[in-house]
Design a binder for this molecule. Structure first.
Ligand code: ZN
Length: 426
């Protein structure tokens, strides 16, 4: 990942990442605000001085490399004579079991000076205070795998701009389930939501503990969870400001946007202006008829169905992943209304309504039928049609997208029991 050279006056999500690292390290007191001002500069200089870097207040390659552990949440440490895992845990302020979890291949009675071990740092990897770009996702992916080596990551494919579609796996059970987020760019809060769930689930598993009342070890042995937190990484990078006016992709999107207000935060589509959740072959013609009648007849920020189903690599990747895995249940996360949608076009998969009711009770959301104007060509629609199994759209949170990060904690609390339940529901 390419970090830009940042100095005073810089703005945007990379400045937020810089501020996040400085705050976690202790150099910066304030929460990230994305504006590289006097306080950020002073904090960076302080950090550079203490860590033996040239104290120029500019975040260049050396500073970014030194700050990286505060973004990924772990550090590779070279063992010194006399080091034990216990001493390392004490030195870095984490539990011994966290260090042991991160080093499954290391024999604690036989540590060799000069060897290296992974040491988690004392904070959660997934941040709740920065705009969650594809770069933030990459950092979290690296950190979560380092801290929880039992987690695996595959690529489900790549986006138009060749960003990887990161797919995580937790569990070795027979029941295969699939949770996805950010089919819609400006609903990117669903990415840290799902990733935070993965982190807390993994932490509970490592500690032989429970999450939302369920034993994590049992979830591991009953379920195989596949989690794709960001279906539309290019669109997310546009909405969050990671792609700026200097980027050709930004310029093209701006042109497609035309006169639509609120660019780029209004952007739901992928970077080519196709709505990824109107791309699936389940009533696509019907979706096309409805959306064209509403005036969405060409690529733009939202509601354009594309020239045909599955023309976009992101939707196609999710489609192919689903065909290859034949999931028992799927959840697709969106952010518009504290509602769970279940049925598709007369299909009522066995058990689906009962599971939906239980999920509604656990989250406090209502279980409803998809409104007729958006009842076609979505992922859940196709999944239900293809497999006749329970598939849901969860509209977490309420308000104009993108929802503010201040809602993340509340949304997470509402959804954790639902997510745990969905891993084994039948
Ligand atoms: Zn949505």
């Amino acid at each position: 990942m390419d970090f830009k050279l940042l100095k005073r006056g810089a703005r945007g999500p990379q400045t937020e990442l810089l501020q996040l690292a400085l705050r976690r390290e202790g150099a910066l007191k304030e929460a990230p605000d994305g504006v590289f001002g006097a306080r950020t500069e002073a904090a960076l200089k302080d950090y550079q001085r203490r860590w033996g870097l040239a104290a120029d207040g500019i975040a260049g390659p050396a500073s970014w490399a030194a700050l990286r552990p505060w973004l990924t949440g772990y550090r590779r440490v070279t063992l010194r004579p006399g080091d034990t895992l216990y001493r390392l845990a004490e030195r870095y302020g984490v539990s011994l079991s966290a260090v042991e979890t991160a080093n499954p291949g290391v024999d604690p009675r036989n540590l060799q000076p000069g060897g290296t071990v992974t040491v988690p740092l004392p904070f959660e990897v997934v941040p709740d205070s920065v705009r969650f770009t594809s770069a933030a996702l990459a950092l979290c992916a690296e950190g979560l795998k380092a801290r929880y080596p039992f987690l695996t990551e595959e690529s489900a494919g790549s986006s138009v701009l060749e960003r990887p579609l990161r797919l995580f796996r937790f569990g070795e059970g027979p029941r295969s389930v699939f949770f996805n987020g950010a089919h819609h760019a400006n609903e990117w809060i669903t990415s840290p939501l799902l990733l935070r769930f993965l982190e807390r689930l993994s932490a509970a598993f490592a500690e032989n503990g429970a999450i939302a009342g369920a034993k994590a070890q049992e979830l591991w042995s009953r379920s195989a969870l596949r989690l794709l937190p960001m279906v539309d990484p290019d669109g997310v990078d546009l909405v969050t400001g990671e792609l700026g006016p200097g980027d050709p992709a930004y310029a093209r999107a701006l042109e497609l946007n035309g006169a639509a207000p609120g660019f780029p935060e209004n952007w739901k589509a992928n970077i080519r202006g196709v709505d990824l959740n109107l791309q699936y072959p389940a009533g696509w013609e019907e979706a096309r008829r409805i959306k064209f009648a509403q005036g969405y007849t060409r690529p733009g920020p939202r509601d354009y169905v594309g020239l045909a189903p599955l023309t976009e690599p992101e939707s196609r990747a999710v489609y192919e992943l689903s065909l290859a895995n034949a999931f028992a249940l799927t959840l697709s996360y969106h952010t518009q209304g504290k509602v769970i949608y279940w049925k598709y076009n007369g299909y009522e998969p066995a058990g689906s309504e009962a599971i939906g009711r239980k999920m509604a009770a656990l989250s406090g959301y209502s279980l409803e039928l998809t409104p007729p104007e958006s009842a076609w060509a979505g992922y859940k629609d196709w999944f239900i049609q293809q497999f006749d199994r329970p598939g849901y759209t969860v509209e977490a949170g309420q308000g104009t997208a993108p929802l503010p990060l201040s809602q993340l904690e509340e949304i997470y609390r509402a959804n954790e029991p639902l997510l745990v339940y969905a891993m084994t529901a039948e």
